[in-house]
Design a protein around this ligand. Structure first.
Ligand SMILES: CC(C)(COP(=O)(O)OP(=O)(O)OC[C@H]1O[C@@H](n2cnc3c(N)ncnc32)[C@H](O)[C@@H]1OP(=O)(O)O)[C@@H](O)C(=O)NCCC(=O)NCCS
Length: 193
């Protein structure tokens, strides 16, 4: 069920399998990056590294089953980001997606789009999801370009207030299993489940 998922230029590893000390330190550095926090909203951090490493497991993969997170690795096993599905509603078979590439010098090289396609294939194919959605800032054109390539459609924009951004517009985007399947394909076995 939860497994290592191979994409074209990324592979996803369940966060529940844990992280090396080097990887955890890298993630902690991401949490301190203002630009990354600005665009992504809520990268888990902590006052100190020790606090971060003691709490991040519960945040990545809480025991209530409402969130699952995967490390985004390159094909050379380098940790470059995280992708998760949260607010999981098992009855409606849906959830909200969050993604970031923490290594900023890897932005716009296709890793985020590949990781997202790989993650959605896993959600739709292995884990029984029927649709997923996400929210992004209207000003986040890079993210929207990537989501558009994956096949997400914008649904509605809403005006929000946050201490970090003040008033801003947020776009909700969704994709169903059928749209994903016609765009990217699912494995043959998915049809007989
Ligand atoms: C959003 C994010 C996950 C996308 O991953 P990525 O690996 O950088 O994206 P990709 O390279 O796969 O795709 C980005 C696309 O946007 C394009 N792009 C880059 N900057 C752009 C801009 N200012 N305007 C429009 N398109 C832009 C890229 O050229 C690329 O398109 P292409 O593949 O057709 O050339 C990553 O940039 C990131 O982590 N950003 C910071 C955190 C964040 O915004 N998270 C999402 C919160 S909703």
């Amino acid at each position: 069920m939860y497994r290592l998922v191979q994409g074209e230029k990324t592979r996803l590893r369940p966060a529940a399998w844990g992280f090396s000390d080097v990887e955890l330190r890298r993630r902690y550095q991401w949490s301190l990056d203002d630009e990354l926090q600005y665009w992504s909203g809520a990268i888990p951090g902590g006052r100190y590294f020790a606090q971060f490493s003691a709490t991040v497991g519960q945040r990545d993969w809480p025991s209530d089953g409402r969130r699952i997170s995967y490390a985004i690795l390159t094909n050379h096993e380098e940790l470059i980001g995280m992708v998760s599905c949260y607010n999981i509603d098992r009855r409606k078979q849906t959830g909200e997606i969050g993604i970031y590439i923490g290594e900023k010098d890897r932005w716009s090289e296709g890793y985020g789009t590949d990781a997202l396609i790989t993650f959605l294939r896993h959600l739709f194919d292995d884990l029984g999801f029927q649709s997923v959605y996400l929210h992004t800032y209207e000003s986040n054109l890079r993210a929207q370009h990537s989501y558009d390539r994956v096949g997400f459609s914008p649904e509605e924009a809403r005006r929000r207030y946050s201490t970090r951004l003040g008033y801003h517009n947020e776009v909700r985007m969704t994709i169903t299993r059928d749209v994903f399947a016609s765009r990217h394909g699912l494995r043959q076995t998915a049809a007989v489940r």
